[in-house]
Structures are given as C-alpha cells and as structure tokens.
Write a protein that binds this ligand. Structure first.
Ligand code: MN
Length: 235
C-alpha cells in the first residue's frame, strides 16, 4: 500500500449505501448483461433470439444514487432507460460452479442501465465497441443494496419502471433468459469476480426515451424503489 501522501490527488471510491446500515459497499467493477429477456430482444429487433446473453461494463463512477440527478448526456438525442435487477458480489471466485453461484452474492438492488440508444445502434450497425452507447458519466443509477441475509435470494417478482408516473416497463424477474446463478457462472468464466463487483442483469421490454425534467421511478418486489430526475445538460 502506498502512503496516502504518495497520491497526487485523493481518489474517489464509488460506494453504495446498504439498506438499514451505516457502512457502504465499495464498488470495484460494474458489469452488465445484454439481451437477457426475450421481450426486449424482440423490441430491439436484434438478430437471432437464440443468441445467448453477453456482458459489457460501465465505469464504477457512473453510479447515481437514489434521489439523485442524471444530467442529460452529451452526444445523444435518444437517451433511454432500462430497469434491471442488480446483483452485488461479496465473495471472490473464478469459474464458479452453478450450484455454488449464490454463495458469492452479498445482496441485491434496483438499477437503471441508462443508454445513449442512437450511439448504441450506430455501434451495432458499424460493428464498433458499445462504450459510447453504454459506458458514460451518470449512466448507472442504483438504489441501496439489500443484503441477502435480510431479503433472501431474489429469483422472481415484479420489476417495473415508470416515467412521470406513467408505467413503461412491467415484467417478472423469472423471465430472465439467464437467471442469477447462470449469470454468475458464465461471467466468472471470463473474469475473476471480487467483492465490490456489481452485475446489472438485463432489462425487459418497454424501454424508451426520457427528456430533461423527467422523473424515473423503478421498483423491484422486495427491494423498494429507485428514483432519479433527468436534469439539464452539464456545461
Ligand atoms: Mn441493459
């Protein structure tokens, strides 16, 4: 470890509040699953429905907490929401067997995978990387973390999102193509998972655009709700 005075500046550690606790959960990496609900694959008209889900990443400092503001990002005119169950890893592991996968979970939260849809589509058409569409500042609103010792493992239940009180996404978590153990088993074949890793597990149908001043509210049964407001562009 370097002494603190050896740093040229003080690094900021992204950390999620833990429901019912004063300590926070520091974030190491933020993984996301793409194409994990058939209904969303259909609305996106994305290739072959049988193609398996896949993974991408967002920067940990893209997190926005419950009640926070999401500035309308630059470089897009089609800024969209995707409500997702978030899994927090509490125990390290690589190539984790399916039957052991849930032992690595610390807890669960509600997340929104904010997306610059126009840039995502352009990347897809030109076969370029997804980062411009997915991995930008303020692109990962996430609610407080609920430890599994309090809420159990989350495998089914309602997931929903509304904008200004109008419902847009309504589904059940059991409609995920890869369930949580399958996501952990597959992801850990590609990357060693460590405490502090978050996994956004994909979105159902009903995604759509937001505008400045819109208020997004997302809910998942057992995990409360998450609200953020879209604010004017940062200058
Ligand atoms: Mn997503």
């Amino acid at each position: 470890m370097l002494a603190e005075e050896a740093y040229l500046f003080t690094p900021q550690i992204a950390a999620l509040p833990v429901a019912g606790a004063t300590s926070r959960f520091p974030i190491r990496r933020l993984y996301c699953v793409g194409r994990n609900y058939v209904s969303h694959i259909r609305e996106m008209k994305e290739g072959d429905e049988r193609d398996p889900p896949f993974f991408f990443q967002k920067p940990a400092d893209a997190l926005v907490f419950d009640g926070g503001n999401v500035p309308y990002p630059p470089a897009t005119t089609d800024f969209q929401y995707e409500v997702e169950l978030v899994v927090a890893i509490g125990t390290a592991g690589a190539s984790i067997p399916l039957n052991d996968a849930l032992k690595h979970v610390y807890g669960y939260a509600i997340g929104i995978d904010m997306t610059r849809r126009d840039l995502q589509r352009e990347a897809r058409e030109r076969q370029l990387p997804w980062e411009p569409g997915k991995s930008f500042d303020h692109s990962a609103p996430c609610g407080p973390l609920f430890p599994k010792e309090d809420v159990g493992d989350i495998a089914s239940g309602a997931i929903s999102l509304s904008v200004n009180g109008i419902p847009h996404q309504q589904a059940d978590l059991k409609q995920m193509i890869w369930n949580v153990p399958e996501i952990i088993a597959n992801l850990s074949k590609q990357y060693r998972l460590e405490p502090g890793d978050l996994i956004f597990t994909g979105t159902p149908a009903g995604v759509g655009p937001v505008q400045i001043n819109d208020r997004i509210e997302a809910t998942i049964a057992g995990l409360g709700s998450l609200s953020v407001t879209i604010t004017s562009k940062e200058v």
